[in-house]
Write a protein that binds this ligand. Structure first.
Ligand code: NAP
Ligand code: NAG
Ligand code: NAG
Length: 362
């Protein structure tokens, strides 16, 4: 009886922490611009190999630049290689300007083709990594590619997957699976997640194969569909849940001792082109996205937006090494609903991900 009460009390405490973290998160998202700047201690990364997805723009570009400035070899995985190459040029120009560049930077930053919404593109990328890059050990893998909504009429990919689901999440799930043998000891895998995860729903995936929501007859009649902001929030929760479950896998044999860790982070509300890439939605279609777009003035500069991710990818602090599988906001560990989910449910969701992309985790 007492044991049960104590357990109940423990669970209540966890929910209380989750509730407080949601409040903090809303505050940080809205007023990030008024908070003190984050500072990421400099750590040289010479000889380290990093892959960043969606690296030609916004947060992914800034992360790639910051990693390259610290001496890492950086692969920019982009859906449009010409855009990737333009980003490589811009990074090289920046490195040239920096006063203390001593190493030969030639070839240290490269663009590679990767379309995260296409599972065949993900497979081709992984195969090329094994062939052309000889399965080079990866020290930093940043899953950052993402979209907030889909262009009109492109809700489902050619492979029959929900486009937002495939782009923001499933591609990174399969990529991690295929690249796992190349992930170096001590490596960091980092997901650009979002506070939107607090509005996410993992279990809806159980009833929507391929991440394509099935509208009810009623919804069909009214021409209603799930708002993109909801689909987006779901993928952000998936990233957090995946980081946490992946960490549990890596804490077991044969990975235990390799000190690989996975983290999800919230960049803040960051000034990037993400919302300008799709049509302007009227307020009644997706009020959440409408409001965020309307309040662009509250967003923080991208140099600040990457701070937590850069820190997770590079720091040697015990706090980060010890707490693999966590969700972080402003360089602080926060609760996610994923951390309170029933392991059985998480396992079923994991099976959905495997089914949708054909991944097999041995
Ligand atoms: N901005 C924010 O306030 C905010 C807040 C929380 C989380 N985030 C997350 O941060 C991440 C980066 O977003 P951002 O704000 O930096 O926006 P962004 O500037 O639009 O960057 C997104 C990147 O992802 C790439 N991408 C999109 N679809 C892709 C695909 N199918 N395959 C490969 N790459 C693809 C984009 O390529 P193209 O240039 O070709 O489109 C671009 O390089 C996203 O995951 C987003 O959810 C952003
Ligand atoms: C790829 O990027 C280049 C350079 O920015 C642009 O001219 C081209 O239209 C893009 N291709 C596609 C398919 O979007
Ligand atoms: C998630 O979605 C499922 C099915 O669409 C629904 O039954 C469930 O109540 C939702 N959960 C939350 C927490 O909203």
């Amino acid at each position: 009886m007492f044991k049960m009460l104590r357990e109940l009390h423990g669970v209540a405490r966890l929910y209380e922490r989750l509730f407080l973290d949601i409040i903090v998160s809303i505050f940080y998202t809205l007023f990030g611009g008024l908070l003190p700047n984050l500072h990421v201690p400099y750590r040289p990364l010479d000889g380290k190999v990093a892959i960043v997805t969606g690296a030609n723009s916004g947060i992914g570009y800034q992360l790639s630049l910051d990693l390259a400035r610290r001496g890492a070899t950086v692969y920019l995985a982009c859906r449009n290689v010409s855009k990737g190459e333009e980003a490589v040029q811009a990074i090289n120009q920046d490195l040239d300007r920096s006063p203390n560049h001593v190493d030969s930077k030639a070839g240290r930053v490269q663009a590679l083709q990767l379309d995260t919404c296409s599972m065949s593109s993900v497979k081709a990328f992984a195969a090329r990594w094994t062939d052309e890059q000889k399965g080079k050990p990866i020290d930093i893998l940043i899953h950052n590619a993402g979209i907030s909504s889909t262009p009109k009429g492109q809700d489902v990919t050619e492979e029959g997957l929900g486009t937002i689901y495939a782009t923001n999440f499933l591609g990174s799930f399969l990529l991690t699976n295929l690249l796992e043998p190349s992930i170096a000891a001590g490596a960091r895998v980092v997901f650009t997640a979002a506070a939107g995860q607090y509005a996410g729903n993992l279990t809806s995936l159980l009833s929507s194969p391929g991440g394509v929501p099935k509208p009810s007859l009623f919804d069909k009649l009214l021409g209603r569909k799930t708002p993109d902001s909801q689909l987006y929030a779901d993928t952000k929760l998936m990233q957090t849940a995946f980081a946490s479950t992946l960490q549990q896998r890596w804490n077991r044999q044969p990975f235990a001792g390799k000190a690989m860790s996975a983290h999800a982070f919230m960049p803040g509300y960051v000034y990037t082109p993400i919302f300008s890439k799709t049509a302007n939605l009227p307020i009644y279609v997706d009020p959440v996205w409408w409001a965020l777009k309307a309040f662009m003035a509250l967003s923080i500069p991208v140099e600040q937006g990457v701070a937590t991710g850069l820190w997770l990818a590079t720091t040697n602090e015990l706090e980060v090494r010890r707490h693999g599988g966590s969700y972080w906001d402003r360089m602080t560990r926060r609760m996610s609903p994923a951390h309170l989910m029933d392991p059985g449910v998480l396992q079923r969701v994991w099976q959905c991900w495997e089914r949708d992309c054909g991944a097999r985790w041995e």
